[in-house]
Design a protein around this ligand. Structure first.
Ligand code: ZN
Length: 499
């Protein structure tokens, strides 16, 4: 078969897979935003039926024939076509290598383990969850072995979320971060300066909604190709011309809806900025979870917690709030926006201590996979690491080892992406200031177009062409490092807490 004909047939097939994937995402979005509780079981069956169709589309003999014929003619392909082929191979190989019985057991376990985890967390009973976690680890090791990572299973999972990432690289970066971050956090937590979040109570949901909707548009999110809805846990899903984001509203915590919405908008802007064609290929997909998080965190933290942003946003925020807000000074408000405090719960953590929560999880996961740590010893290991890193030991499994949903789904190696994303965000922010000298002045005027355009050109438009490390090097001229994050956190928090 001529190479051009085979390649264009492959593109048609990849586009179809992408359409099926986007239908699955739509079902998941609907499940969290709209689904009547009585339809939960039906939705589970719909997911399973669609997963079958997807698996078949990826493993059909015709698909394999096309991939093989193109792989045999690499010399006739352009560089871009090779990148497309390389990624299509990876996905095919994974779908083809994992036996159907294995995939089914994994899906069933994830569903069962989720419900066991919910109950175990409620009861603060790790022993009830332990057998599920042990089985998830066994399946994870099997999966890594089947895909050729038998001697380094944790690397397999790191690489799934962020291509090119290894335990060794993450360990080096996290060691560098830890050396600077632990003493900085100690100093911030010892400060007598304490923010007062109580002073922000009494925002109506309607006024928060209007404020957030206006801001999301101003940041550059195209509402004609996306939506912002409400869900218990904020998230962003979808691609290209249909990006679905959610946030949540609490009258006594307007900063939660605000920063959740800005975080998801960062994800949404990345999805809207990815190339639309050729659909379903490496060029229309995000580079990885860490790069995705770098985009959400850059807008949420570097931009929206800055003094420049609040000089633009403060009057709008006050206008949307209750009359009592007049009693709160600009300094108090800015301190509340940049509140630092130790908590045993990762999702409640501020942007300084958040990274320590990730260092803790990376270390435990690494030891679980190397066999150094047994699952039954996890609660004690968690408490010891928490005391050492955060200065607080959780007084229950609920506030410790059972707090995150990830392990119930077998999502190992996912946590490091959050912290790697923070590192990339800080490095990009530093570079953005070199490239865009008027950045702070623009933000202070509510003008975000220059920053968005820069991110579009430097990050979004490349899709998966470059991985996390290659992007950091290309855009900033330096290897990915913890130093820009440390410098950024010091510059932002020391003047507020260590006067
Ligand atoms: Zn995120």
């Amino acid at each position: 078969m001529p190479v051009t004909a085979a390649y264009s047939e492959l593109l048609n097939r990849l586009q179809r897979v992408q359409h099926l994937n986007s239908i699955a995402e739509m079902l998941a979005w609907d499940e969290q935003v709209n689904l009547p509780p009585g339809a939960a079981a039906l939705r589970g069956s719909q997911h399973a039926a669609l997963a079958d169709v997807l698996h078949n589309a990826l493993t059909e003999p015709r698909h394999e024939t096309l991939l093989r014929s193109l792989a045999a003619n690499l010399a006739l392909l352009t560089d871009d076509q090779r990148i497309v082929l390389d990624w299509a191979w990876r996905e095919f190989k994974r779908a083809k290598t994992l036996p159907a019985s294995f995939v089914r057991e994994k899906a069933e376990l994830a569903s069962r383990a989720f419900h066991v985890w919910v109950r175990a967390r409620q009861d603060s009973d790790f022993e009830a969850f332990r057998p599920c976690l042990e089985r998830q680890l066994e399946l994870a090791r099997t999966e890594a072995e089947l895909l050729g990572f038998g001697d380094r299973p944790y690397d397999y999972f790191l690489d799934r979320h962020d291509p090119g990432t290894t335990t060794e690289t993450v360990n080096r970066l996290f060691t560098e971060l830890r050396a600077g971050l632990v003493p900085l956090v100690r100093r911030l937590l010892d400060s007598p300066v304490r923010p007062n979040l109580e002073c922000l109570r009494g925002f109506t949901v309607a006024s928060q909604q209007a404020l957030v909707n206006d801001l999301v548009r101003r940041l550059g999110f195209d509402m004609s190709c996306g939506r912002l809805d409400v869900s218990v846990h904020p998230f962003c899903s979808g691609h290209g011309t249909d990006v679905r984001m959610t946030t949540r509203f609490d009258p006594d915590n307007p900063l939660d809806s605000l920063f959740s919405a800005i975080h998801e908008t960062g994800h949404g802007l990345y999805e809207q900025g990815l190339p639309k064609e050729p659909a379903g290929t490496a060029f229309t997909e995000a580079a990885g979870m860490a790069v995705h998080e770098s985009q959400s965190r850059l807008w949420e933290n570097q931009v929206a917690r800055s003094a420049a942003f609040w000089s633009f946003f403060e009057p709008r925020f006050r206008a949307a709030g209750p009359a009592s807000l007049a009693q709160v000074s600009s300094e108090q408000l800015f301190l509340a926006v940049n509140a630092v405090g130790a908590t045993p719960i990762r999702v409640d953590a501020d942007e300084t201590t958040y990274n320590l929560h990730i260092l803790l999880r990376f270390d435990l996961e690494r030891r679980l996979f190397s066999g150094e740590l047994a699952v039954r010893d996890l609660p004690d290991a968690w408490a010891a690491a928490s005391s050492e890193l955060l200065g607080i030991a959780p007084n229950s499994d609920r506030l410790g080892v059972l707090q995150d949903v990830h392990w119930s789904a077998g999502a190992f190696g996912y946590f490091p992406s959050y912290c790697l994303g923070n590192m990339l965000a800080a490095q990009l922010w530093e570079q953005a200031h070199h490239t865009l000298p008027s950045l702070d002045a623009d933000i202070a005027e509510g003008n975000f177009a220059g920053l968005l355009q820069w991110l579009r050109t430097e990050i979004h438009t490349h899709g998966r062409r470059h991985n996390l490390f290659a992007l950091a090097k290309r855009v900033t001229g330096r290897e990915l490092s913890a130093q820009p994050l440390l410098d950024y956190l010091k510059a932002r928090y020391e003047p507020l807490y260590l006067k």
